[in-house]
Design a protein around this ligand. Structure first.
Ligand SMILES: C[S@@+](CC[C@H](N)C(=O)[O-])C[C@H]1O[C@@H](n2cnc3c(N)ncnc32)[C@H](O)[C@@H]1O
Length: 210
């Protein structure tokens, strides 16, 4: 496979959605976006996208929506997805929270994957962490009944923080599922496993009284 130079990528990929959050006003119609009504899963902070490339290849009757705020990573991933000929992926270079809140309708998403989110280890930066109680509650609104949030990190303290966020929601908004390794590796996971680091997996299922 040709390794693309990020600077020369361009944006002319079928899977890349040139989306301007300032200009757009309405919720996305996912059936129109993907051209079918297959279930949709979402990966937040997908980086160079190795996880999604493998998953989308193995699950052609499932759609995947990828979010990554760093455009050059997203375009790198888009070029791979294009080379692989995957029609079930759409990628957005946007900030996750605003995009999800304003453009994803309630109860549309089957799974959310947050794999190796930035740990922001300094105490004063913890409010920058993606996994916060209110963010999990936002994801819950967007997930279908019994939808699942999958979170993976190599950072022990962030893992403990994630467990603490979940503790207060558990039994009311989510239930914890037995943790197990995600089916496919991410770029960061590959690096950390080579270094022999421990990896922490978390799975949360939406709890909803009808
Ligand atoms: C540590 S990297 C992990 C990348 C990939 N998931 C992996 O495991 O290889 C975290 C990624 O999340 C992205 N990210 C962090 N916060 C984000 C946000 N609020 N919205 C969209 N992307 C975000 C970063 O740009 C970065 O690429």
């Amino acid at each position: 496979m040709v390794r693309p130079s990020v600077a020369k990528l361009g944006t002319n990929f079928r899977c890349y959605v040139d989306f301007d959050v300032q200009r757009e006003k309405s919720f996305l119609n996912l059936e129109t976006l993907f051209g079918n009504d297959h279930p949709v899963s979402m990966e937040i902070g997908m980086g160079k996208g190795l996880f999604m490339q493998q998953k989308a290849l193995d699950e052609p009757t499932h759609n995947f929506l990828g979010i990554e705020r760093v455009k050059k990573f997203l375009l790198f991933s888009a070029s791979r997805i294009e080379q692989m000929g995957l029609g079930n992926v759409k990628l957005f270079s946007v900030e996750a929270r605003e995009f999800i809140e304003r453009f994803i309708s309630d109860r549309e998403i089957q799974n959310v994957y947050i794999l190796f989110p930035d740990p922001w280890p300094k105490r004063r930066h913890r409010n920058r962490r993606l996994v916060q109680k209110d963010f999990l509650l936002l994801l819950r609104e967007k997930l279908k009944d019994s939808g699942v949030v999958h979170i993976t990190t190599d950072h022990k303290e962030y893992h403990q923080w994630i467990c603490k966020q979940i503790e207060e929601l558990e039994g009311k908004s989510f239930i914890s599922l037995p943790a197990h390794r995600t089916e496919y590796i991410t770029n960061f996971q590959r690096k950390y496993e080579k270094q022999g680091k421990d990896i922490y997996f978390t799975r949360l299922q939406v709890l909803r009284s009808q």
